[in-house]
Design a protein around this ligand. Structure first.
Ligand code: FAD
Length: 382
């Protein structure tokens, strides 16, 4: 009897599997993909927000990868796992039988208390597409007041988002008041010189970075800061870090303190070797790797090999995470900062390199492309 493989999530880690899904079918598997959305590439997300690319450049059509391969695509959301029946349960009640399951559920920022309709999370990336559309729509309207934007979170993502919002407002010739709120010293996880250069860039771009200031809740017309000070704003961006979605902790599989699925060296759940999990939603071999696409992308070929090994009954191979990776933080259309370990550089060549690497990566998944580049996504996680 053929084995049923179910892949949930069309993220950075599953993209390579989707491109090669026909090979699993040819090995005799009945393969089903559950995808909420198409693939959105986070490496180009801030550049897309800043107007460097149109949204469609940051996007890969999942149907185009799956159609015609013999695998089945379900557009939907997984809400539970029935482990005794070996079934994935989707929103709406549909159940899909799985002998082997692979979970690529990604991550989202922890919700801000009192979240309202004007809060945009930095993930899923689609919400940044909606943010750009909302801003551009406002500028097309009659209102000429400058938009007031609060970016909550002073990590790499919050800073990169703020710089690219300025790039967007410059590109359109509109004013925008941008404030970044950081609970602790901003950019404390990168080399001090690089952090100082980024903060100088923000100051020159007239972006206010306030710290130590915690946003304690979201109000109808702005944010409430610690000490109870209200701050009016039109748009709030949640860039407070990335956590696995709530679902991971509800699957009945071992998770760490963040709710990340604990997997072994072969990317299999510590509680069930027929369940694989990859990317931001896992704690790898008892420790948490940075939530960076770099790891998700590099896990992909190992996952593929191990799914094939599980089908053929051969031994799996281990994933060995790299210790360091190149991070390139885009600052709009002119410059970027690249960092590897303690070494960093700021200037237009860094942006040129980032664009080349990122374009090569997404092009590898366009219909008709024969090559893929696992090391392409190269930046730092927030
Ligand atoms: C603005 C921003 C920029 C970033 N830039 C970089 C960068 O340049 N380089 C880098 O290395 N990292 C970057 N990161 C981090 C990077 O986004 C993540 O590490 C990466 O997305 C992780 O990939 P993944 O495969 O785990 O998940 P994702 O690519 O997020 O995919 C998760 C998938 O799971 C699906 N899903 C979730 N829940 C369900 C469900 N219940 N049912 C069905 N499907 C579900 C989602 O729809 C999504 O398709 C950035 C992050 C942000 C926020």
């Amino acid at each position: 009897m053929s084995k049923r493989i179910v892949l949930v999530g069309a993220g950075h880690a599953h993209l390579h599997i989707l491109k090669n899904i026909g090979a699993l079918v040819r090995l005799g598997a009945e393969v089903t993909v559950v995808a909420q959305d198409d693939f959105w590439y986070s490496g180009m997300a801030t550049g897309m927000l800043g107007g460097l690319f149109p949204p469609e450049a940051d996007h890969v059509n999942v149907s185009a990868l799956v159609n015609g391969t013999g695998a089945t695509l379900h557009r939907g959301t997984m809400i539970a796992l029935d482990r005794s029946a070996r079934e994935v349960v989707l929103e709406g009640g549909r159940r899909i039988g799985a002998d082997l399951l692979s979970l690529n559920l990604g991550s989202v920022p922890p919700p801000l208390p009192g979240m309202g309709q004007s809060v945009y999370a930095v993930k899923p990336v689609r919400s940044l597409v909606e943010l750009r559309q909302r801003i551009e729509e406002y500028w097309r309207g009659a209102d000429t007041d400058p938009l007031r934007v609060a970016v909550v979170g002073g990590g790499v993502t919050g800073i990169e988002i703020a710089a690219n919002l300025r790039a967007l407002s410059d590109r359109h010739g509109h004013c925008m008041d941008i404030t970044v709120y950081s609970r602790s010293e901003p950019l404390r996880r990168i080399p001090r010189g690089a952090a100082a250069a980024l903060l100088r860039h923000l100051r020159t771009a007239n972006i206010d970075v306030r710290w130590p200031v915690a946003v304690t809740s979201i109000k109808e017309c702005g944010v409430l800061l610690d000490g109870g000070t209200p701050q009016d704003c039109d748009i709030i961006i949640n860039a407070t870090g990335l956590m696995p979605p709530d679902l991971t902790a509800r699957l009945g599989l071992p998770v760490d303190g963040d709710g990340a699925l604990i997997v072994d060296r072969f990317l299999r759940s510590a509680g069930d070797t027929s369940v694989f999990a990859v990317g931001d939603c896992v704690a790898f071999d008892g420790r948490s790797l940075p939530r960076a696409g770099v790891y998700a992308v590099r896990q992909a070929p190992i996952l593929f090999a191990n799914l094939a090994a599980a089908l053929s009954g051969t031994p799996p191979i281990p994933f060995v995470p790299q210790r360091r990776f190149l991070a390139i933080i885009g600052l709009g259309h002119r410059s970027a900062v690249m960092i590897r370990g303690p070494v960093w550089f700021k200037g237009p060549p860094a942006l040129w390199l980032k664009r080349w690497i990122d374009q090569r990566f997404v092009d590898g998944y366009r219909p008709g492309s024969k090559t893929t580049h696992h090391s392409a996504l190269n930046q730092m996680s927030p």
